[in-house]
Design a protein around this ligand. Structure first.
Ligand code: HEC
Ligand code: HEC
Ligand code: HEC
Ligand code: HEC
Length: 115
């Protein structure tokens, strides 16, 4: 195939990518997605973060349920962790899956626990 055809194909592929809805969907911050539903007050009292994160943790649980009520990745952390220890709302995007190796060094993954 000639270089010209190759580059034309490449250009067409790029154009298709630019037009596709998948390429147009920007990653959205987890907090921002919640703000669209209920504002900063969805998680923060008067929109101001608490010093210890306890108020925010209560809000997560009031909509999503407790760790105990969730799947086998969540259950063992009841009484040990808050949601934001794994799902940092301002540092992660919708669809991001938290990892385990920041706290456990035996190679466990969400998949190895849920299998
Ligand atoms: C989904 C719940 C949620 C929503 C909605 C949310 N936040 Fe937060 N925010 C948190 C949590 C939890 C923390 C604690 C720090 C962390 O783990 O990210 C935090 C921390 C903060 C901090 C401390 C600095 C930082 O980034 O750690 C500020 C400031 C803040 N939020 C402002 C806001 C503002 C302003 C809004 C609305 C535009 C908002 N937040 C919406 C959950 C939320
Ligand atoms: C130990 C880290 C950890 C903690 C703590 C944690 N999560 Fe998760 N969460 C995960 C992982 C990993 C997944 C993806 C695998 C799964 O579904 O369990 C997930 C999935 C989710 C999902 C589904 C997202 C999707 O992909 O559809 C929601 C909603 C969620 N968590 C909410 C919470 C809430 C609310 C809390 C606090 C009550 C919490 N999580 C605490 C690690 C954690
Ligand atoms: C006002 C109710 C409400 C509060 C408060 C709330 N959430 Fe959510 N959250 C939702 C809804 C609704 C969705 C979208 C449907 C779903 O995935 O369950 C969602 C989605 C999520 C998801 C899945 C995002 C994805 O990847 O698809 C995570 C993770 C999550 N929330 C974590 C949290 C955490 C952590 C907190 C507290 C800091 C929190 N939520 C507070 C209602 C809430
Ligand atoms: C922020 C730190 C942190 C993260 C991240 C974390 N864990 Fe944990 N995990 C803990 C703590 C604390 C305990 C309770 C004390 C203990 O038993 O080590 C625990 C206990 C557990 C237990 C029960 C005891 C054991 O060691 O078998 C399982 C299972 C578990 N975690 C799975 C996971 C999985 C899967 C992930 C990744 C999705 C994960 N954890 C991410 C802190 C964390």
């Amino acid at each position: 195939m000639s270089k010209k055809i190759l580059s034309a194909l490449f250009g067409a592929a790029l154009a298709a990518l630019a037009l596709s809805p998948v390429a147009m969907a920007e990653p959205q911050e987890l907090a921002e997605m919640h703000v669209e539903m209920d504002g900063c007050e969805a998680c923060h009292a008067d929109g101001e973060p608490s010093a210890d994160g306890a108020y925010e943790f209560e809000q997560c649980q009031s909509c999503h349920g407790t760790l105990d009520e969730m799947d086998a990745v969540h259950q063992p952390h009841e009484g040990n962790l808050m949601c934001a220890d794994c799902h940092a709302p301002h540092d992660m995007n919708v669809g991001d899956k938290p990892t385990c190796d920041s706290c456990h060094d035996d190679g466990r993954t969400p998949e190895s626990i849920l299998k």
